[in-house]
Design a protein. Structure first.
Length: 96
């Protein structure tokens, strides 16, 4: 497989999987005080530790519900991506 076909295949799989994602209306609050972008960013950063904790304690959650919707989701995504992808990008060797 060429590099281009791998990228296209990965994008198609991601699109297929993300098409199934939805959030119930009861999980979104438009009121002040509900977790927003910054809380989503923080929860994304601490996701690995919260996930490990959630395996042992049912009171620990990795995702805040209810939240304010899209901005919380975006912050959570950025937090997880920076933590997970940052080390991968820095480990790539530079070609001379």
């Amino acid at each position: 497989m060429t590099k281009t076909s791998r990228i296209v295949t990965a994008c198609m799989i991601a699109l297929l999987v993300s098409a199934c994602a939805s959030q119930i209306d009861e999980g979104v609050m438009r009121e002040g005080g509900s977790p927003g972008f910054l809380w989503g960013l923080w929860h994304g950063f601490v996701f690995p530790f919260a996930w490990i904790g959630s395996l042992f304690d049912p009171d620990i959650a990795v995702y805040a519900v209810p939240n304010n919707g899209g901005w919380y989701d975006f912050g959570f995504f950025i937090g997880v991506t920076v933590l997970g992808g940052g080390s991968w990008f820095s480990s790539k060797k530079r070609s001379k």
